[in-house]
Design a protein around this ligand. Structure first.
Ligand code: PLP
Length: 387
């Protein structure tokens, strides 16, 4: 049976919404973005929200607004998507990688405490696969470091929470992605939410070339105003043409979470008594269940991917450890031993299909393939003993 890795759930109503924007004069950031920003402020209970054309550009605009650059250090996990570290590199600052917890795969809190230095200016915790980071424990570690900004990478966690709080509650800024495969998507897009009005105002400039506020309205008929540029910026604004896909998805995301939870729970139950390893969820976490990665012995991982593909199942790898990818390895001299937990997980992980439109038959075919084809490949006794 052929099983896709992901299929979006957008409908003809979403197409009609795009057609309606095509009937307006300017297509780019305008009233639709303003409407979605209001919706995000309400959803997350923050005082400000800013649409961006990707997580990556939203993060560049945010780090620019925080004044991060040369000689600064930013702490990031070793197990994440490359963008988390790349935005730090792009600004000429140094990403300081921290290994992850072997069970939750979230950035080690002890590792964060050890990585803090005089030069640390920010930290980017990642709510990996949908499981929210322990923001209160992080706050406690940073108690005496008000100079270290917290920027949440919420690309996997729009609708997730922990101990009753949501993204944006305990950080300077929380950044979302609306990339094609994310739980809320407009193909390419992102957003930043913040409770700091000074930061929000600065991001409003850094996301649009550094132009003075109000410049976005410069084309309004009969209202030409000169604009100025006081600081460096990037082009990170989202066009209304894409933003218009979001309001319905944001309004319904909480009702759609149980479908993802049911699929994830079915995988968890099916593999519970097998040698397949899975991310552990902490008590108090409500995961957004963005991705469902498993781990097999590194020695058979690529063979297992080939077997899944041969059975028609599309999979992905999220992720190989970032510091061991060529660019970071060559620039900073990391070895596989530098971040052993992220390295091990990254060498053995495979992400299975998980999206609301995945049918019961399709998921059954994935589970059968894992149990009947992949598990027999695992040297289970040795593997389970951790060798
Ligand atoms: C997808 C993703 C990003 C990047 O998002 P874009 O919108 O594609 O820039 C960043 N961090 C994580 C963890 C991601 O999965």
């Amino acid at each position: 049976m052929k099983v896709d890795f992901f299929r979006h759930s957008l409908t003809p109503e979403h197409a009609a919404a795009i057609a309606a924007v095509l009937g307006t004069p300017f297509l780019t950031s305008g009233d639709v973005c303003k409407r979605v920003e209001a919706q995000l402020r309400q959803f997350f209970g923050t005082t400000d929200a800013l649409m961006a054309n990707s997580w990556t550009n939203g993060a560049v605009a945010t780090l620019l607004a925080l004044g991060i650059g040369r000689d600064d250090e930013v702490i990031v996990p070793a197990m994440t998507f490359i963008a988390t570290a790349n935005v730090v590199e792009l600004l000429g600052a140094k990403p300081v990688f921290v290994d992850v917890d072997p069970d939750t795969l979230l950035m080690s809190l002890d590792g964060v405490a050890n990585a803090l230095s005089r030069r640390t200016r920010a930290i980017i915790p990642v709510h990996l696969y949908g499981q929210m980071y322990d923001m209160i424990a992080l706050k406690a570690i940073l108690e005496n470091r008000p100079d270290v900004a917290i920027v949440e990478d919420c690309a996997h966690c729009f609708e997730g929470g922990r101990d009753g709080y949501a993204p944006g509650a305990y950080s300077d800024a929380a950044i979302f992605s609306f990339y094609a495969t994310k739980n809320v998507t407009c193909g390419e897009g992102g957003a930043v939410v913040t409770n700091r009005s000074d930061l929000g105002e600065r991001i409003r400039k850094t996301r649009l070339h550094g132009m003075s506020v109000g410049a976005a309205d410069r084309f309004k008929v009969g209202q030409y105003r000169h604009w100025d540029m006081e600081s460096m910026g990037v082009k990170a604004n989202l066009p209304d043409l894409l933003a218009v896909l979001l309001p319905e998805q944001i309004a319904s995301i909480r009702e759609r979470l149980p479908a993802r939870q049911a699929l994830a729970d079915r995988y968890r139950t099916a593999f519970a008594h097998s040698p397949i390893r899975m991310q552990r969820l902490d008590a108090g976490v409500s995961s957004a269940e963005h991705l469902f990665p498993i781990q097999v012995p590194p020695a058979i991982r690529d063979e297992a991917i080939a077997a899944l593909n041969a059975n028609g199942v599309s999979v992905a790898v999220n992720y190989r450890a970032v510091p061991t990818l060529t660019y970071y390895r060559e620039k900073y001299g990391y070895t596989p031993a530098s971040f052993p937990v992220a390295q091990q997980w990254g060498e053995g992980t495979i992400t299975l299909p998980l999206f609301p439109g995945l049918t019961s038959e399709e998921q059954g075919a994935v589970i059968d393939c894992v149990l009947n084809v992949i598990v027999p490949m695992c040297p289970s006794a040795r593997w389970r003993n951790g060798s």
